[in-house]
Design a protein around this ligand. Structure first.
Ligand code: UD1
Ligand code: CA
Length: 490
């Protein structure tokens, strides 16, 4: 398809959406990691229109701020107190340069599954037929609530009638108006100036433009779409979930078709911007969110929530929650790990079970395998952090950094009291509370020495079963001159 760029796309998003029963404007509710309006904007932008206008009114400032955020190049158009899709479109055009020669597409901010391809097909059909207007239509089983496509005896489109204005006979028509159109820009502006509000709802209907075009002897046509999901709007939270599930089904399927194994599509939720390399396997119960990118031949899941992370080729991530983290090629994470923003795990590095990390650069091949809090740290390549180590980064006032050098071994249950630095090639004795920096090749021992006090149990715990065992062990040693078998094993 060689689609030309449309002069403009006008997205209508001024309606209230009361059925959402929400303090958040309807079009800002998300599915697939993007607001409903964000989906409409993305579909429109795919056509590279010369102008993009979003018409707002309800919760104007919040919606406008969101548009500025996701599409800074879009024009915000304010709808006034005159109601209806026709008035909304007119306000959209008023915010754009005049004259607006070429094709203008109109879409809705609450129809999230509509694709750029569908808009491109509509635009193509419109441009090649040279019609005044082309409306995207669908045949549905239950057309209740929709505008119906009216045709004369030879099948030519004559207009659209709204449900509330339709006769009983017209209500039997099952070809519905999706609300998505391509118009000749000049015609649209002229016709809207003539459209009144003389209808049951007292609104200025965009649909009246089709009838007006016909009465001026201009031709109007339809473009039928079979994929009904693409024309479906979201009005309440039941539909929001239904559309979210269908969008997810489509996203999951597109990854499967591109060579990703997704074991359980029903429990795998993937946002629209996520990328996944070939031969990666996604186990059940994973949410892959935001701007996450995953390399090839990685293994993700089961049970992961991964938001805006970069995961390398061949990495393995199990039962993990991770946000804004980088996981290197061949690295392993989990089970039960919590990676917070700023975590960067090197190639073939390891973050193991019950480990929490934040602002932590963990070098290539370095390991933080068990039960550790690792915050504000730089860990060199090949270093090993023993079980239960705590990077004490907060002194109650400020956060401080800890360095652990290349190939150093930090013993289990160490507290690294930041700011502190362990040099390359060091050992830290288990159970240390480290406050002073070390030099390469040293071992740091930062704990009390062990004292064994003879006869303590006999004096202080006389008559207990511990005392009895101690006496029995002492007697056996005396008899054989040897230690008991249990002690030998230790
Ligand atoms: C509209 C169409 C109907 C079509 C249906 C498809 C008209 C008169 N009717 O009906 O033929 O079958 O869509 O869903 O066009 N909006 C504004 N400003 C307004 C009114 C609406 O921006 O003053 C926006 C809404 O935010 C929404 C869209 O336009 O995104 C459609 O509005 P809605 O009230 O749902 O239109 P319907 O009456 O359902
Ligand atoms: Ca509607």
């Amino acid at each position: 398809m060689t689609t030309s760029r449309p002069a403009a796309v006008v997205i209508l998003a001024a309606g209230e959406g009361t059925r959402m029963k929400s303090s958040t404007p309807k079009v800002l509710h998300p599915i697939g990691g993007r607001s409903l309006l964000g989906h409409a904007i993305a579909a429109a932008r795919g056509l590279q229109p010369h102008h993009l206008a979003v018409v707002v009114r309800h919760e104007r400032d919040r919606v406008a701020a969101h548009v500025a955020d996701v599409a800074p190049d879009a024009v915000i158009a304010d709808q006034d107190e005159v109601k209806g899709t026709g008035r909304a479109t007119e306000c959209g055009l008023d915010a754009l340069p005049s004259p607006l020669t070429g094709t203008v597409l109109v879409t809705y901010g609450d129809v999230p599954l509509l694709t750029t391809d569908t808009l491109a097909a509509l635009l193509d059909r419109h441009d090649s037929a040279g019609c005044a207007a082309t409306v995207l239509t669908a045949h549905v089983q239950d057309p209740t609530g929709y505008g119906r496509i009216l045709r004369d005896s030879d099948g030519t489109v004559t207009g659209i009638v709204e449900q509330k204005d339709a006769t009983e006979e017209q209500r039997q028509i099952t070809e519905i108006n999706s609300g998505i159109y391509a118009f000749d820009g000049d015609l649209l502006r002229d016709a809207l100036a003539e459209v009144g509000t003389d209808n049951v709802q007292g609104e200025k209907y965009l649909t009246d433009v089709l009838g007006l075009a016909r009465s001026r002897g201009l031709s109007v046509q339809t473009h039928l779409i079979e994929d009904l999901w693409q024309t479906e709007g979201v009005n309440d939270r039941v539909q929001l979930a239904r559309m979210g599930a269908e969008l997810n089904r489509r996203v999951v399927e597109s990854h499967q078709r591109a060579g990703v194994t997704i074991v359980d599509p029903a429990t795998t939720w993937i946002d629209v911007d996520v990328t996944i390399g070939q031969d990666t396997v996604i186990q059940p119960n994973c949410q892959l969110l935001g701007a996450t990118s995953i390399g090839t031949e990685a293994r993700i899941g089961p049970d992961c929530t991964i938001e805006s992370c970069e995961i390398g080729d061949g990495a393995e991530v199990k039962r993990t929650e991770a946000h804004h983290a980088v996981i290197g090629d061949g690295a392993t994470v989990g089970p039960f790990s919590y990676l917070r923003p700023g975590t960067e795990l090197g190639v073939k590095g390891k973050i193991g079970g019950f480990v929490e990390t934040k602002n932590a650069q963990i070098g290539d091949g370095a390991k933080v395998p068990h039960l550790t809090y690792c915050g504000d740290a730089v860990i060199g390549p090949g270093a090993n952090i023993g079980a239960g180590t705590i990077f004490a980064n907060y002194d109650g006032v400020a956060k401080h950094q800890t360095y652990v050098g290349a190939d150093s071994f930090v013993g289990s249950q160490t507290v690294l009291v930041a700011p502190v630095s362990v040099a390359d090639g060091c050992y830290v004795a288990a159970g240390s509370a480290l406050t002073d920096d070390t030099q390469p090749g040293q071992i740091a021992v930062a704990r009390g020495r062990q004292r064994n006090i003879d006869g303590w149990v006999a004096r202080r715990r006389a008559g207990t079963r511990t005392d009895a065992s101690a006496r029995a062990a002492a007697a056996a040693t005396e008899q054989t001159g040897q230690t008991t078998s249990q002690e030998t094993q230790k």
